[in-house]
Design a protein around this ligand. Structure first.
Ligand code: HEM
Length: 264
């Protein structure tokens, strides 16, 4: 087999570096959900989840709303875990049958989490503000679209399309995680300038839209760089992914330190 050209190697290293930092950050998110939400459910003290601020959170006398909220959060952790498993090449190669079953699980839970998310916003009334409600709903609609496309292309054994759609669905499912690290990064830059971020303001809405749109755009550029025979495109994309790896690491560390760890 021919060894890859240096620009291809750089592109692939950039992607690996970014994925490694995303893996760490998402592992922290999953651990937080398991300990915080799982712990409250295991102890039978559901009100304990209100130890951190939510939009609505646990509300006494609203069993259906609480079930949706807690189910949404726990399944959110599970779908993040299932997504990570799908993308680790060694696991995919070692257990291909698990990859297929886990893929079905990922797409099914992604749809359930998205539908419960819609219900939380538009039926339970857990709203942050029109801008961010519309943004997360667009994120949800795109999850449904790309999850169905990924499913259909896998059934047709069109693996090139399947890979593209599944990666888009995975990034979109991680929109809520990107939002958290994005807000942390924005806070790290703006807080020293004395600028606060409020949920109805342009900064929060901008980060909210960027949390699903920017990863999709970067992925499209990555696909183009992969197909391109121009070395500079691959080198540039590898460099961009390296920068995003550093940002992801910083945002994840800040989210773990300031958002998740203090309430555990
Ligand atoms: C599929 C990817 C998604 C994942 C992994 C996910 C995960 C989560 C998690 C873990 C929480 C609890 C966060 C906390 O309080 O610390 C949460 C809350 C919430 N999610 Fe999602 N979510 C997803 C999609 C959505 C969508 C598409 C919507 C809306 C259309 C949505 C609406 C909400 C709302 C409104 C809350 C807050 C409820 C409250 O604070 O009372 N989610 N989500």
């Amino acid at each position: 087999m021919q060894s890859p050209r240096a620009p291809d190697r750089l592109l692939s290293r950039g992607a690996t570096a970014w994925f490694a930092t995303a893996l760490l950050g998402q592992a922290a998110f999953i651990a937080f959900i398991a300990v915080f939400f799982g712990g409250a459910i295991a102890s039978g003290n559901l009100a304990a989840v209100n130890a951190k601020p939510h939009i609505t959170g646990y509300a006494p006398g609203d069993p259906l709303g609480n079930l949706q909220f807690l189910g949404h959060a726990l399944l959110g952790g599970l779908v993040t875990l299932a997504g990570l498993w799908q993308l680790v090449p060694a696991l995919r190669r070692r257990w291909p049958a698990v990859h297929r079953w886990n893929g079905r699980l990922f797409l099914t839970i992604a749809l359930v989490v998205t539908l419960t998310g819609f219900s939380l916003v538009w039926l339970r009334g857990s709203r942050l503000g029109l801008g961010s409600d519309v943004s997360i709903s667009l994120n949800g609609l795109l999850i449904v679209a790309f999850a169905l496309l990924a499913w259909r292309s896998a059934r047709r054994r069109d693996f090139a399309s399947h890979r593209r759609h599944a990666l888009r669905a995975w990034l979109l499912v991680n929109g809520v995680w990107f939002l958290r690290i994005g807000i942390m990064l924005a806070g790290l830059v703006l807080a020293p300038m004395g600028i606060a971020i409020d949920y109805q303001g342009a900064i929060f809405i901008g980060v909210s839209v960027a949390s699903w749109l920017l990863p999709l755009l970067v992925l499209e550029l990555y696909f183009r760089a992969e197909r391109s025979r121009r070395a500079w495109r691959q080198v540039a994309m590898g460099g961009v992914l390296g920068v995003f790896a550093l940002l992801t690491l910083a945002g994840s560390a800040a989210a773990a330190a300031f958002m998740w760890w203090p309430v555990l």
